[in-house]
Design a protein around this ligand. Structure first.
Ligand code: SAH
Length: 246
């Protein structure tokens, strides 16, 4: 019996951003374990599969990781084709690495399928090029949220010369702003806060490092959102954004 699990990225929300490989995996699936940031519209590609929601929104009680592991193992050992569908890319703050390792340790074949991560999609949908010759020579994806309360090296980030794309940062805006300012970034460094990237409900709030927390409050910024910090965040076409009016 084949024992295989596909760990598949569903992209940031827009169902057209799904890869052809993800569509194929979904078409072959008997069971799909789905996270709650996945747009259910992608499930048209697996009309016959059993769908099991195993979402875990930050802060909420949710399906324990060990339970998800066991579910995948059980179905895979029954010879079912299992797809574990995650928002964005499975290996960008998606536990894809952990799940793949655990499954392999239990003798299960794993195939990872990229998805478009929210940070890339959000920037693009706001016409922000994450790298730009002469402006940003790289991009750093970081999460503001840590389970063990370990600290990011904000100073190194501030001095990296790269565009910063911050995931899970909505509840930490004050800390992010303060740390990057004291790390040496200028107060007027451009910031774009992008909520529900790539979905019809997408909203964007343009601000700067100094004002970002208060602007986000007035804008009522909510999760899921990504923050793009750096000069490129000022380079997008003005006017299309739901800019805050003074
Ligand atoms: N694996 C996912 C990230 C999961 S972590 C990926 O590659 O995109 C969850 C965080 O991702 C959210 O807190 C938010 O910061 C970000 N996120 C996910 N979907 C988003 C979306 N549609 N718009 C903005 N941010 C999103």
């Amino acid at each position: 019996m084949s024992a295989k699990v596909w760990l598949v990225g569903a992209g940031p929300g827009d169902p057209e951003l799904l890869t052809l490989k993800a569509v194929r995996a979904l078409g072959e699936a008997d069971v799909v374990l789905i996270d709650d940031l996945v747009n259910n519209a992608v499930l048209v590609h697996c009309p016959n599969a059993r769908i099991i929601p195993v979402g875990k929104r930050g802060g909420c009680r949710s399906t324990p990781q060990a339970f998800i592991h066991r579910l995948m193992l059980r179905y895979a050992r029954q010879g079912r084709c299992v797809v574990r569908l995650k928002g964005g890319d499975p290996c960008i703050f998606g536990r894809g690495g952990e799940e793949a390792q655990w499954l392999k340790e239990h003798g299960i074949e794993v195939e990872l399928v990229n998805g478009i991560t929210a940070g890339l999609a959000g920037a693009t949908r706001c016409d922000i090029p994450l790298t730009l010759r002469g402006v940003a020579r790289g991009v750093t994806l970081v999460t503001a949220h840590t389970q063990d309360d370990s600290r990011l090296n904000w100073q190194a980030l501030a001095q990296s010369g790269t565009t910063l794309v911050i995931y899970m940062g909505v509840a930490k805006l004050a800390e992010i702003s303060e740390q990057l300012l004291s790390g040496g970034l200028a107060a007027d460094t451009a910031v774009a806060m992008i909520e529900n990237a790539s979905l019809p409900e997408q909203r964007e709030c343009r601000s700067n490092l100094m004002r970002m927390e208060q602007d986000a409050q007035r804008f009522e910024l909510k999760s899921p959102a990504i923050l793009v910090i750096g000069a490129v965040a000022a380079s997008a076409s003005a006017g299309q954004a739901c800019m805050l009016q003074a």
